[in-house]
Design a protein around this ligand. Structure first.
Ligand code: ADP
Length: 260
């Protein structure tokens, strides 16, 4: 029979989730996990039921940022996920580690297997949105995500100085690899605001955003300032309390219209 009839390799699935948004970055440390968590907060505040899949298996930060430490448990053959105070559900390998400081030193297949199992066995059904915090870069794990999860759109997190042609090209390639539309860029640490006079300060120099947007026909969907409050709330596991209405609206607007 033809390859099309082969059902040994199942395609990516939705698990009954309305829309699936992945958050990626060309490199680490740009605030990808922070943006993933903030997107979940924004959608939750807008009234949607949201779950976060922490697919950054070797650097799992979502539980810390959202202040969850309860372990998932199995009921009705599904992994039931713990939720934040406002009801954001989270599945992360960090929730399964006895010592959450323990390094996750796993080889590729185990990491891939974990992501796959979290997706296929998690109780995702009925959620309006799943936010997938991708591992940084464009290697093995993002590909696993593509093979198991039917992602509807990718948000690419950058910083002003990483808005180089090279990094943006990586982001575009990530979308292509995953065969998923790149919704646009979220620029993190775009500027700072002086606590004394309120003036905006481009501490990383002016970004090349507009050139890049033209060159690649990409949009910058949201800009996030360097914000002490954001760092503090993240450290305290209270990102849910972050107040920045403009940002929340931008993140919601960037994702609610995405086609499933
Ligand atoms: P990544 O997932 O890309 O590795 P994280 O989201 O974990 O990055 O962020 C790295 C660190 O930077 C965290 O401690 C986070 O609190 C902090 N951070 C991220 N974005 C901001 C921001 N806009 N203002 C202040 N601190 C930030």
């Amino acid at each position: 029979s033809s390859a099309g009839n082969c059902n040994k390799i199942p395609g990516p699935t939705r698990q009954g989730v309305g829309r699936i948004i992945a958050v990626g970055s060309g490199k680490g440390g740009v605030g990808k996990s922070t943006v993933s968590a903030l997107l979940a907060v924004a959608l939750n505040r807008a009234g949607y039921r949201v779950g976060v899949l922490d697919a950054d298996v070797t650097g799992p930060s979502i539980p810390k940022l959202l202040g969850i430490d309860r372990a998932p448990y199995v009921e009705n053959d599904k992994i039931q996920m713990p939720a934040t105070a406002s009801g954001i559900e989270v599945l992360s390998v960090n929730l399964l580690l006895k010592d959450d400081g323990a390094p996750v030193v796993w080889r590729g297949p185990l990491i891939s297997g974990t992501i796959k199992q979290f997706w296929e066995d998690g109780a995702w059904g009925g959620l309006d949105f799943a936010v997938v915090d991708l591992p940084p870069g464009t290697a093995d794990a993002p590909l696993t995500v593509m093979q198991s999860i039917q992602v509807d759109g990718i948000l690419a997190v950058t910083m002003p100085q990483s808005l180089s042609t090279m990094i943006v090209q990586k982001q575009i390639n990530l979308g292509k690899m995953m065969n998923v539309p790149l919704l646009g860029l979220v620029e993190n640490m775009s500027y700072a605001v002086c606590p004394h006079c309120g003036e905006r300060w481009d501490l990383f120099g002016s970004s090349h955003r507009e050139e890049i947007e033209k060159l690649f026909s990409l949009k910058t969907l949201a800009r996030i300032p360097v914000d002490q409050k954001l760092a503090e709330l993240g450290d305290a596991g209270r990102l849910e309390e972050y107040e920045n209405e403009e940002l929340m609206q931008a993140l919601t607007a960037a994702t609610v219209g995405v086609k499933a």
